[in-house]
Design a protein around this ligand. Structure first.
Ligand code: NAD
Length: 490
């Protein structure tokens, strides 16, 4: 390896450096923290080739052997937890507090979970007519290309890598260009853990070049993608050329429904978390707060008061609760939506601007923002902003709440707040989204499936659903047990 701040591509267990590079910036201060290689056609080809060559040996290893290696990866991550949390805070701009409390422990938990659960991959014996034995086997798909966004680089990578490897696939990762460093560090941990060369590879570079080359590569058997809905359509087009399997975790515009009979304080606290964790740059952000008329005024007033106390600052300060947005472009996008919301008549209650102060000048900071009196047909209620902008919409009664919740192109997640048990389940059943949280929000146990309805994508990550449905193929075997001679053409 060269100096820490210069990263190559990790292909077949070796680091490959390229003449063409891109820079990675710390969004808190604009400082360049690393240079990374750009993989072109030749390098993408080599990475896929390395993964193909490693596949036969890796797929034939026992679950125990693969599980032990994945557990060693978890241990490696744990040993470097603080260093990786700091690196993630530097590349994403998210507070180190979040990386230490969530991203790293959740990533480690994923490797542990899939290391242990892999033996759950087994087939079925199917009763069939005649003297036959019929059974199925679940076999690994082959070479998996993982393409990930910039907001939770390690965790969203691990959601794909851990089950794919546990099931016996080999992997080529393409992390987002804004935040590739933790995935490249993960490659070092994989190597230290003893993963055979080629089982795990990382290529970096722009999505429209490197990502597209990978998604369209005929040697890739499966593309596991997380990112924007529009990019998802391009991934499908690329994959269609080779009938490559795809799973898509895309955008969201999730409703967080607060009924008047909720636990007020708990709903308040999780509502803040639902929209301001990761500066709102989260696919499941509860960006549409639906509040029942009876408590609307009181709830929103309390929310504004609490949100105005969120501590904005340097992501590396352990006391910081809210860092900068991930890039200049991301902040400009948020600012465009704020201007549009004002034009459309939404009522700005908090934020809507950059924070003042010398410490914020070089970074892409933007204040937690709350709009009230939003109509569900306005842009801030329909389009994914991917930033700290909450649209508050009032409703009256269960039917209107459900209608508003479902009046969206997306279907990733929803929150429901009520102490009426039957109502909570009734609403949960009728909201068209892949993940429903009742009286909680943004909880992702490794064993519970996660994924979208509608334009939020398809396929379920996490749990046995991902292990079995995303990373194995079903093979059916029919065995003759009869003693009769069979000759069709006599
Ligand atoms: P993005 O779609 O711009 O990029 C995601 C990845 O795809 C990056 O690695 C990028 O380089 C690559 N890419 C871009 N164009 C490509 C192309 N033409 N072919 C192949 N690869 C290409 O998304 P982003 O801006 O990095 O992330 C934000 C988006 O991700 C939001 O829409 C958010 O909702 C979504 N997201 C979804 C989930 C989920 O689980 N559903 C989780 C996190 C983020």
């Amino acid at each position: 390896m060269r100096a820490m701040e210069e990263y190559g591509l990790y292909i077949g267990g070796e680091w490959a450096f390229t003449a063409e590079q891109f820079e990675v910036e710390n969004p808190a201060n604009g400082e360049i923290i690393a240079r990374c290689a750009i993989a072109r056609e030749g390098e993408v080809d080599r990475a896929v080739g390395a993964a193909r060559r490693a596949f036969p040996d890796w797929s034939e290893r026992s679950f125990d052997e693969r599980g032990e290696l994945l557990a060693a990866v978890a241990a490696g991550l744990e040993r470097r937890l603080e260093e990786l949390a700091a690196l993630e805070a530097r590349e994403t701009g998210r507070p180190i507090k979040e990386a230490l409390a969530h991203d790293l422990p959740a990533t480690i938990g994923l490797f542990r979970y899939f290391a242990g659960v892999a033996p759950a991959i087994f087939g079925e014996t199917i009763p069939v007519p005649g003297e036959y034995l019929n059974y199925t086997r679940r076999e690994p798909v082959g070479v998996v290309a993982g393409i990930t966004p910039w907001n939770f680089p390690l965790w969203l990578g691990a959601i794909k890598i851990a089950p794919a490897l546990a099931a016996g696939n080999t992997v080529v990762m393409k992390p987002a260009s804004l935040t590739p460093l933790t995935t490249l560090e993960l490659a070092k941990i994989m190597e230290e853990a003893g993963l055979p060369p080629g089982v795990f590879n990382v290529v970096t570079g722009p999505g429209a070049r490197t990502g597209q080359l990978l998604a369209a590569h005929p040697g890739v058997d499966k593309v596991a993608f997380t990112g924007e809905t529009l990019t998802g359509t391009k991934i499908m087009e690329c994959a269609a050329r080779n009938i490559t399997r795809v799973s898509l975790e895309l955008g969201g515009k999730s409703p967080n429904i607060v009924f008047a009979d909720c636990d007020f304080e708990k709903a308040l606290s999780f509502t803040l978390l639902s929209i301001f964790f990761a500066q709102g740059q989260m696919c499941t952000a509860g960006s549409r707060l639906l509040v029942e008329r009876k408590i609307h005024e009181e709830f929103v007033a309390a929310l504004v008061e609490r949100a105005s106390r969120i501590k904005i600052g340097d992501p590396l300060d352990p006391g910081t609760e809210f860092g900068p947005l991930a890039s200049r472009a991301q902040r400009e996008k948020v600012e465009r939506y704020v201007a549009r919301a004002l034009e459309e008549g939404a009522h700005l209650l908090l934020g809507g601007k950059r924070p003042r102060g010398a410490e914020f000048e070089k970074g892409y900071y933007f204040e937690p923002t709350i709009f009230d009196n939003v109509k569900n047909d306005q842009a801030i209620a329909r389009e994914e902003i991917f930033g700290p902008v909450l649209a508050v919409i009032e409703f009256e009664g269960e039917e209107e709440a459900i209608a508003l919740a479902n009046d969206t192109d997306y279907g990733l997640a929803a929150g429901i707040w009520t102490n009426d048990l039957a109502k909570a389940h009734r609403v949960a059943h009728r909201v068209r989204a892949g993940k429903i949280w009742i009286n909680c929000y943004n909880i992702f146990p490794p064993g519970a499936p996660f994924g979208g309805f509608k334009r939020s994508g398809f396929g379920r990550e996490l749990g046995l659903h991902s292990l079995l449905d995303l990373y194995t193929e079903v093979k059916d075997i029919q065995v003759d047990l009869g003693r009769e001679y069979f000759d069709w053409f006599v």
